[in-house]
Design a protein around this ligand. Structure first.
Ligand code: BGC
Length: 879
């Protein structure tokens, strides 16, 4: 009897057991975001992994309150959702009372799982931005012209612009919120305190279409009594780096301008609004003498205005700003992560080049700037020039920077230690030539500050191959260097443009290292905003450079990235939002360029294949390159199939399937020859195989050709930007993981390992980046990575989504013979996935963990629930 009671008690205990409260609360995939402008923000959380195996959510409930006190009392006055039976723990759209501009919201969630009911989670918060244009009472201010010390020529020099305003706050402040759009970039201080730790804010856009604003809670910076606010504006992309140079190519927006609104609420609920208007004071005669993203920043500390962002500063010599025209774009909240100083790097050597110059080696090609620390006489000037490599005489090699001058300077004010870094530019560099440094520099006088978007890290991978690990590290450095509120191609020369083609597959591989969901969702908006009324989409978006060349591969990134966001993050919104524009683009392309299923319009071909001679940038050998019509038609087909998938997801009629079939048949008719495609290049054979164009009965022969073709190149890569996007995954899918692993670990030309072995600390633009002409030869481009990172995570570690957002995970590592072990961790939206395997004798020991509320399918067959597993595999693939 006693035993029975004990059993019943145990059973009851399990039935009512408390599950751990949900964690990692996110609103619109951000932690406690300020100033969002989505009226139905989506809320996400995770279940705690400590619960054991097979944890599934069975229901959830959300409370959203207008004050933290109400939330603490479990009163969701804005939204008390019903207890909802569902295993969905990501992106639940808010469905309470309408959200109001400028208000704070507090929320928490409770989950029911198959093991019990959780406590309420800890509280999280978000605030709304300004939802309606009429909420903006501020006016755009600036100054539409240059000053005597500025130059508006091709190599423009425009000094930073300084704006200040004093105000009295009569009562005790309960909340102060700052809304700011400072174009191109701003720095803002209140009462001498800098606001936020973002740099190069706000995110760049086509300002005639969309202007991002940032929101800050500045309650702690404001005070009762006299206050002052100071804003510095730099050029960014707004006042372009090369004005009046090639107006047909380079977009210009005008002179920097500011829109600012500070909303101060007192303890009686009264509001005081401080807005940008002509009551502000203005000067451009300050310490930042010029700032130009290509050419650098010059700072003269003798021209500082001490105390200018505090009240009581004498601004009688300052002028008034002008009212300026609005830039044209609608104001939207920045909902992608800000850029910050994310890492620091110490130099590995400093050597004299000549009597006046030191060469500093950071040991790493990086993007950001150098912070210097110095002591000297007033008026002494330190000049810093940046480059990626050195010449044989030890001086900087700058030929590949083209006409970017990449030079910062700092003029000392004297009288003590001075610490400085630029704020409105960044450079891509490993080496710095320093002249004019007072005395002998010491090790701590310099710090490399790495500047990129503050994206959470998602993954890590380490293999038994040290070269491959080195390549992955190089890839990571390349990626962070080229995240700048948009993905750019390179951080060093006079380009730095958001080229679409570079990210078609890159964005997917990058997602295994960084949570890049918000950044790429923002970029899709940039792309849509760049679409012409005709439907044409450019190769660069925002379209700072005017390249509407109508090809399939670069603009096709629009569709590929939307698919990536859905697969990796489970985010359907980009597909919903952009479906019509994507459809319009495909329709435009097909009606203009398609004939009987063939799309004969291409611009870049398989960009940057390894050329026949080490000096060449592009191959002239038709056997190495791939027919542009083949590439365009293959992509056309592939993009149609993605659109077909999107149409099904959105319950729209499928107008794509029949075009896809026509394209596929036409493709095979035109390009399929006896056992190979077209000129038999790797890319020509690979694309139809990967896209499912090749007829079933021809596949084996084409795969055979592909492998032979690679063998003929001594098992080396022969593809460019296009082929490399599909190569590694393709080979593995076709049961040639060993060959893929060989390409990944090759050390001689052409290979990623060749780059690393020749001193690369990032990825080069060209396979022959150490010998090719400098006219187009960046040492820090990510486009040739292709699908290497994707392959590392999806095939080596075997971690891939089987259902969108990793709700169901496909765990299926390949075990190439060249590798003895792989260890990977990837933080998917539901939590951490770990997959690690090693060879022991002729067995493989495989351990993996998947997070709560997910399941995994192994080897296409077995399904397992959340938790940690240990497998010993014989004969490679059998589980
Ligand atoms: C860029 C590439 C880009 C290509 C296309 C190059 O100058 O650096 O990233 O995709 O042009 O033309």
């Amino acid at each position: 009897m006693k035993k029975r009671i004990l059993h019943i008690a145990l059973l009851l205990a399990t039935l009512t057991a408390a599950a751990a409260p949900p964690t990692a609360l996110q609103c619109e995939q951000l932690i406690n975001p300020q100033g969002i402008d989505t009226r139905h923000p989506r809320l996400s959380w995770r279940l705690s992994p400590e619960e054991g195996n097979n944890i599934r959510q069975t229901a959830w409930q959300i409370l959203v309150a207008s004050t933290p006190e109400l939330l603490a009392k479990n009163k969701g006055d804005c939204w008390t959702s019903p207890k909802t039976a569902s295993d969905q723990s990501r992106m639940i759209a808010y469905a309470g009372i309408p959200l109001k501009s400028g208000h704070n919201y507090y929320w928490k969630v409770k989950a029911w799982t198959n093991t019990g009911t959780s406590e309420w989670s800890g509280p999280a918060q978000w605030s709304m931005g300004l939802l309606d244009p009429s909420d903006w009472k501020a006016k755009w201010i600036g100054y539409d012209g240059g000053f005597p010390w500025d130059s508006l020529s091709k190599f423009s020099r425009l000094s930073a612009r300084y704006f200040r305003k004093e105000f009295i706050q009569a009562n005790k402040i309960t909340r102060a919120t700052l809304y700011i759009a400072g174009l191109g970039h701003y720095v803002v201080e209140i009462n001498g305190r800098s606001i936020g730790n973002q740099v190069l804010a706000e995110s760049p856009t086509d300002y005639t279409k969309n202007v991002k604003y940032n929101t800050f809670d500045v309650t702690a910076a404001c005070r009762k009594g006299a206050n002052a606010i100071g804003v510095t504006l730099g050029n960014g992309r707004f006042f372009t780096m090369r004005p009046k140079y090639k107006p047909q190519k380079i977009k210009e927006f005008g002179f920097p301008k500011l829109l600012l609104q500070l909303d101060i609420e007192d303890d009686k609920g009264r509001h005081q609004l401080i807005t940008s208007n002509d009551s502000w004071r203005f000067t451009a005669d300050g310490p930042i003498r010029t700032n130009n993203e290509y050419d650098g920043e010059e700072y003269d500390a003798t021209k500082e205005f001490p105390g200018w962002t505090n009240s009581g500063f004498d601004d009688s010599r300052w002028g008034k700003p002008q009212y300026t025209a609005a830039p044209g774009g609608r104001l939207t909240a920045q909902m992608n992560e800000p850029i910050k100083i994310m890492e620091t790097v110490n130099h590995i050597s400093i050597k004299p080049l000549d009597a006046s110059t030191w060469i500093l080696d950071m040991g790493q090609n990086m993007a950001g700037w150098l912070q210097l620390r110095t002591k000297g006489q007033r008026g002494e000037k330190i000049v810093l020039r940046f480059a990626e490599t050195l010449k044989s005489d030890g001086d900087l090699y700058t030929a590949n920077l083209r006409d970017a001058r990449v030079t910062d300077s700092y003029t000392l004010k004297g009288g003590g230690e001075e610490v400085w870094h630029p704020v409105f530019v960044f450079h891509g560099f490993r080496y710095i030539a320093i002249t004019g440094y007072p005395g002998t520099p010491k090790i701590n006088d310099f710090e490399g500050q790495v500047v990129y978007d503050d994206l959470p890290n998602t993954g890590q991978i380490e293999t038994s191959d040290t070269l491959l690990n080195h390549i992955i590290r190089n890839a990571r450095w390349g990626i962070i260097a080229n995240y700048k509120g948009m993905p750019i191609d390179c951080p060093q020369r006079n380009e730095r443009m958001p080229w679409l083609g570079d990210r078609a597959t890159g964005s997917l591989g990058e997602s295994y290292l960084f949570d890049n969901g918000n950044l790429y969702a923002k970029w899709l908006d940039d792309i849509e905003e760049a679409q012409k009324p005709s439907g044409s989409i450019p190769d660069v978006a925002p379209a700072y450079w005017n390249y509407y060349s109508d090809n399939m591969t670069w603009p096709g990134t629009y569709i590929l990235v939307a698919d990536m966001l859905y697969n990796q993050f489970g985010d359907l919104r980009p597909i919903q939002k952009h479906f019509t524009s994507m459809q319009r683009w495909l329709h435009y392309m097909s009606s203009k360029y398609e004939h009987d299923g063939i799309l004969a319009k291409d611009k870049y071909g398989d960009w940057c294949v390894p050329p026949e001679s080490p000096q060449l940038i592009h191959s002239r050998d038709s056997l190495r390159t791939t027919d542009g019509t083949l590439i365009a038609t293959a992509y056309y087909y592939h993009l149609l199939t993605l659109m077909q998938k999107f149409a099904v997801l959105l319950h729209r009629p499928d107008t794509f399937g029949k075009h896809a079939t026509v394209a596929k048949n036409a493709f095979n008719k035109q390009f399929l020859e006896a056992g190979h495609y077209s000129n038999n290049s790797v890319t020509a054979n690979l694309l139809p195989l990967c896209f499912g164009i090749t007829p079933q009965n021809e596949r084996a022969a084409i795969i055979q050709q592909l492998v032979q073709k690679i063998a003929a190149d001594d098992n080396h890569i022969s593809t460019g930007v296009i082929g490399t996007q599909w190569l590694m995954r393709g080979l593995t899918e076709f049961d040639h993981a060993d060959l893929a692993a060989q390409l990944a670990t090759n050390k001689d030309y052409p290979s990623w390992g060749y780059m690393a072995d020749h001193g690369a600390t990032t990825i080069w633009e060209l396979w022959n980046g150490n010998t090719a002409d400098p006219a187009m030869n960046s040492q820090n481009h990510i486009m040739l990575l292709g699908d290497l990172l994707t392959w590392c995570f999806e095939d080596l570690a075997g971690i891939a989504p089987a259902e969108p957002g990793f709700k169901k995970i496909r765990l299926n590592p390949a075990f190439p013979k060249r590798l003895d072990s792989v260890k990977a961790a990837y933080e998917c939206p539901y939590g951490m996935i770990i997959s690690q395997w090693r060879r022991v004798g002729d067995s493989i020991i495989w351990d993996f963990t998947i997070p709560p509320n997910t399941s995994a399918i192994l080897d296409g067959k077995t399904t397992v629930g959340s938790g940690t597993y240990h497998y010993s595999l014989k004969n490679d693939k059998t589980i």
